[in-house]
Ligand binder design. Structure first.
Ligand code: PAF
Length: 299
């Protein structure tokens, strides 16, 4: 495994590796991350390893996707451990640029995906998705991957990035990968380390609430959107520490809100229950797709 910190060096290494493989149609799989890798990231690397010839992982805590009062400075970082995880998963190249390498001067060009970024996390974190799409577009231009792997825990991010590559004819396929959970149901997130033992135990109400929604949707075909949403909210609020940011039932990947009285069975699109809830200072997101979409983007 090679670790590189410079953009030019990364491009040279990918070019050399493609040449070394000396076969036609060598594919590059890319896993963009902000580091502090966990099993969720490992599952993305595994998928990339299975599907593509050369696996590139990036570790970059991207300042422009954090708001002024967010956790950019304190975001957990552990490069040594990240490199060990990447090595174990068979990554070929790890790209760890500095902020100066990625933004030698403040960027005057921003990619903004309208329609999908105003709701959910976009409403609570203004400018967040512009930061994500801008850095991911930069990384795609540098790495030129054939496939890029993203976890469905950030379902809105998957929807936004898929829209971006489709709208801009970027020659990359976004591969959405399943949410990875602890055995007790907590969705894996680098931010879980912020939780106290008590907050962590209360945060289990999130995955429980999604299971309740799934079960109810299986039991009652005529269940309405507002009934589903209320079930999720009442399960979460059983945890006294939970402060709900949002609980929404929407189409996926269009992220269109659904009418309260609409019955789930009448909706001809895939439907997602998405939530963001604070426990103490830690804001957690989670979601569940009631129906599955396989491939979201193809150029
Ligand atoms: O999901 C993340 O870790 C980040 O938003 C990403 C895609 C690496 C962009 O900084």
């Amino acid at each position: 495994m090679i670790t590189v910190r410079g953009i030019q060096e990364l491009i040279s290494q990918i070019t050399a590796m493609k040449k070394d493989l000396s076969k036609p149609g060598v594919t590059v799989g890319f896993v963009p991350t902000m580091g502090f890798l966990h099993e969720g990231h490992a599952s993305l690397m595994k998928q990339a390893r299975n599907k593509t010839d050369i696996v590139v992982l990036s570790i970059f805590v991207n300042p422009i996707q954090f708001g002024p009062n967010e956790d950019f400075e304190s975001y957990p970082r552990d490069e040594k451990r990240d490199l060990a995880v990447a090595e174990k998963e068979g990554v070929d190249i790890v790209f760890i640029p500095s902020v100066e390498e990625m933004y030698p001067q403040p960027t005057k060009t921003t990619i903004q995906v309208s329609g999908l970024t105003e709701r959910l996390c976009g409403a609570s974190r203004p400018g967040h998705f512009d930061g994500v799409t801008t850095v991911v577009a930069k990384l795609f231009n540098i790495v030129q991957p054939d496939f890029a792997f993203f976890g469905m825990k950030d379902a809105q991010q998957v929807a936004v990035l898929t829209q971006m590559v489709n709208d801009l004819n970027m020659p990359v396929t976004i591969v959405p990968c399943p949410i990875m959970r602890e055995t007790d149901g907590l969705a894996l997130s680098s931010r879980n380390v912020y939780l106290s033992a008590e907050e962590r135990s209360q945060a289990l109400s999130l995955s429980r609430s999604l299971s309740v929604a799934q079960k109810a949707s299986e039991e009652r075909e005529d269940i309405t959107i507002s009934e589903l949403r209320n079930l999720v909210i009442s399960e979460i609020t059983k945890s006294p520490a939970a402060v709900i940011d949002y609980v929404e039932v929407l189409t996926f990947p269009g992220l269109q809100p659904l009418a309260e009285e609409q019955q789930l069975e009448q909706i001809q699109e895939d439907v997602i229950v998405a939530l963001a809830v604070k426990f103490g200072k830690t804001r957690l997101i989670d979601n569940h797709r009631l129906k599955k979409v396989e491939v979201l983007s193809r150029v």
